[in-house]
Design a protein around this ligand. Sequence first.
Ligand code: NAD
Length: 362
Amino acid sequence: MKITVLAGDGIGVEVTREAVKVLRAVAGVFDLAIETDEQLIGGAGIREKGSPFPDETRAACLASDAVLLGAVGSPEFDDLLPENRPEIGLLNLRQALGGFANLRPSKAFPALIDSSPLRREIFEGTDLLIVRELLGGLYFGRPRAISETEAYNTMRYSVAEVERVARVAFEAARTRKQKVTSVDKANVLETSRLWRQTVERVAKDYPEIALEHLFVDACAMHLVTNPTRFDVVLTENLFGDILSDEAAVLTGSLGMLASATIGGAIDLYEPVHGSAPDIAGKNIANPLGAIASVAMLLRYTAKQPEAADAIERAIEKALEEGHRTADLTTDRENFAKTDELGELVARSATEFARKRANSRAV
Ligand code: NAD
């Protein structure tokens, strides 16, 4: 596999270094040939090449199997016009890769349950994946306009757009707890009725997967009152934007969250957080979101679920053993540094991977 690595700015550089370390460690055990190509994006691209998304970066990304991104954004460029700032690099990247399905897992790590805003008994056992349609719906629909006295947007979906993202959700459910919750507003919106009909048709190809439909308002409520009822949550762009942030905060720390954008020319993996200029360069950022993004890459693009499992188990083990970066503890003296936690996870993921590889050989 050829992976373009775009560390970007701020803590993007620090967490991506650890993620690549873990990827290499696990790939070594399973004999996966992985070639990485580091390129510039964001502020780093502006500084060295005069562009937040240099042509070389675009070409490298389009010639790879997957892209691993750190984060973009730097206060140094705050005075630039919005169209020239580092963040544009990320928008250009997403457009170039063209992914239509955004996947965001949200999980209750036993060791971190008390960091959640939810009560332990509600959050314990939560393990869900939001699959959000990313290229359609209200954000892109035309016509759209604003005048002095009114404004409007158009929510539009085609059967093909719904079908392709629904397949991503059902395929993901196959490797998880075999359940899809499709979220819409079919009591009010025509787009939602089309969404529901299409999802039901796709579901016929996946008889082993349980399908339920929920209205978006009910889903928002269930996410905070009964999150363990969910496995894969499939939804359109606007609803997914809101629900994925709601699900994200349940876990307690932004630094833990991974994401994937798949279905386009090239798959993109990135932690959910930004470049965190307030803690950049101090070796104190939490690398687990970036490391978990690599696990997603192995699961969804490389189709190596055992390698992905090894990384996810190593993350859990590190937390269970009490290793915490500064964002996960109130102890201001004793906490794990970014590179220490990365090293630890790499070592333990290697052990898990070896055990799995050996049992396969037997
Ligand atoms: P942020 O996610 O960078 O930081 C928000 C807060 O969370 C900060 O206090 C930060 O220290 C903390 N934090 C974030 N990630 C962490 C980690 N891994 N470990 C420990 N603490 C962590 O969001 P922001 O401060 O609003 O934005 C900073 C810059 O990042 C801006 O330039 C913004 O445009 C950019 N940004 C980029 C992305 C991206 O690249 N995907 C996403 C969001 C923001």
